[in-house]
Write a protein of this length. Structure first.
Length: 255
């Protein structure tokens, strides 16, 4: 509920209740009809005693509080001059309304922060689980950004590229001058151009290794190209078995 602020109340806030501590102190006295010393008020409000004393003495001079005694044993109480009692009531209404609104906003912000934290924890868990799965794969997985920068790769992918995950992550793949890296760069460029085809390649390396590369384009929800996912599989033994089977069949056919 909105509370109107008259010129008189605005002037009262500007000239008399010109600090948050004075406002808090006056609201405390009015709400609780309290009588207490500076030390007691310091405990209640959680503020330094020196600050409480300065604010309370200022409110005494303004005719809002009454002070009985001197020094540490002085007692302060709420006793406003009659002509400003209505202003105090208007201030208290405004103060309590603003405080309630602030508490509601803080509560909503706290709930939103808790929800965001839970979502973040769930996301981190999913990412950790996903990375654990990828890291345990025997196939190499490499994720490339549109400019060829390595966004992610697992240990198997790093080994096939002749490097380490730390040595390649965050760097452009074309900077790694190895046979597999050079072949992968060429294939990724093909996938990175419209119509962004998904392709499969088979490479016979100089060391006798046979690799199958599956490359897929990745898009965001707005269908913008985000990069390329590459899965490298060492199919050397599979190709050897196929060759041995063909040789066996050839021998049997001749017999």
């Amino acid at each position: 509920m909105a509370v109107s602020v008259t010129d008189t109340l605005r002037s009262f806030l500007r000239e008399v209740l010109d600090t948050p501590l004075k406002q808090e102190l006056l609201a405390f006295f009015v709400t609780n009809r309290a009588m207490d010393t500076v030390q007691g008020l310091s405990v209640w409000l959680g503020r330094p005693a020196d600050e409480i004393r300065a604010a309370a003495d200022s409110l005494v001079k303004a005719g809002l509080l009454r002070k009985e005694g001197e020094g540490e044993s002085a007692i302060y109480s709420y006793q406003p001059r009659p002509e400003i009692a209505d202003l105090v009531d208007a201030f208290l209404n405004l103060y309590q309304t603003a405080r309630a609104q602030l508490q509601q906003e803080l509560s909503q912000a706290r709930q939103q922060a808790e929800q965001a934290w839970e979502q973040l924890r769930a996301l981190q868990w999913e990412q950790s689980r996903f990375r654990l799965i990828l890291s345990s794969m025997t196939d190499g997985v490499i994720v490339l950004l549109p400019d060829g920068t390595v966004s992610y790769l697992n240990e198997a992918g790093a080994q096939l590229l002749g490097s380490t995950t730390q040595g390649l992550t965050g760097k452009r793949l074309e900077g790694s001058d190895t046979p597999v890296a050079n072949l992968l760069v060429q294939a990724a460029r093909e996938v990175s151009q419209p119509p962004y085809p998904a392709i499969t390649r088979e490479w016979n390396l100089p060391n006798g290794t046979v690799l199958r590369a599956n490359l897929l384009p990745v898009f965001d929800p707005q269908k913008h190209f985000m990069g390329v996912v590459c899965v490298l599989s060492d199919i050397t033994r599979a190709r050897q078995r196929e060759r041995e089977q063909r040789e066996m069949l050839s021998v049997l056919a001749h017999d």
